[in-house]
Ligand binder design. Structure first.
Ligand SMILES: CC(C)(COP(=O)(O)OP(=O)(O)OC[C@H]1O[C@@H](n2cnc3c(N)ncnc32)[C@H](O)[C@@H]1OP(=O)(O)O)[C@@H](O)C(=O)NCCC(=O)NCCS
Length: 193
């Protein structure tokens, strides 16, 4: 375990509401980019209250459009109970996510990067996915996003192949993480430390 890995971090469900700095983080993410989607609130399309309701609805198969899969949004919360980023966990894959998008998308605000939050966030998000009954997680990472690739590999990601982002045309690497092995690996590293 590195010093960074021991930093306290937790994932808070959208149901905990607007924790401190959530609005600032979502506004910074704004419209998003090819690496991470923005949000309706961050784009200025609705209030935070409406956005939170949308997060609730996005989990419910009865409330989502046929082309979407259920998704849970979490806030990445630091030891001071401040939101430093967001992570989205898709409960299953469809054809589109299988090609590009995968199970998990994460974003750490620029001022909080390089502190180990990204790596820990992915580990916690993988635990949530496992809790949902998923056995193998797909992570798709733009080939130019070497920082994200490092944290995927650090969490047990094995590169399957490279494809092309259908929107931006950029090269996209597809990694799979065996969730049983990821859990055992974490327990082993914690024990060894
Ligand atoms: C990708 C992202 C989540 C990483 O978050 P983070 O909190 O900075 O990540 P960590 O601090 O856990 O660092 C992960 C690794 O990258 C390295 N790293 C972090 N910032 C770095 C930098 N500026 N330059 C070089 N390496 C860096 C860390 O040293 C660490 O590697 P190590 O474990 O081998 O030391 C963050 O950069 C981000 O939100 N980017 C925009 C959205 C995005 O790309 N999402 C991923 C879509 S696939």
């Amino acid at each position: 375990m590195t010093g960074n890995d021991s930093t306290f971090l937790r994932l808070a469900s959208w149901a905990e509401g607007a924790l401190p700095d959530l609005d600032a983080v979502l506004k910074e993410l704004g419209h998003g980019d090819s690496r991470c989607f923005g949000t309706t609130f961050g784009r200025g399309e609705c209030t935070l209250e409406v956005f939170l309701r949308q997060c609730r609805d996005a989990e419910d198969p009865a409330r989502i459009a046929a082309e979407f899969v259920p998704q849970t949004s979490y806030w990445i919360v630091n030891e001071a109970n401040r939101v430093v980023g967001i992570v989205r966990v898709r409960h299953r894959l469809n054809e589109r996510l299988l090609r590009s998008g995968g199970h998990i998308g994460y974003y750490v605000r620029a001022s909080e990067r390089g502190k180990g939050y990204g790596k820990q966030t992915l580990r916690l998000a993988l635990q949530e996915l496992r809790r949902l009954g998923v056995r193998r997680a797909l992570l798709t990472v733009h080939s130019s996003n070497t920082i994200s690739a490092r944290l995927v590999v650090a969490n047990g990601g094995l590169l399957e192949n490279q494809t092309t982002d259908p929107v931006s045309g950029e090269a996209l690497d597809r990694y799979w993480i065996d969730l049983k092995k990821a859990l055992l690996r974490h327990l082993y590293i914690s024990f060894a430390d």
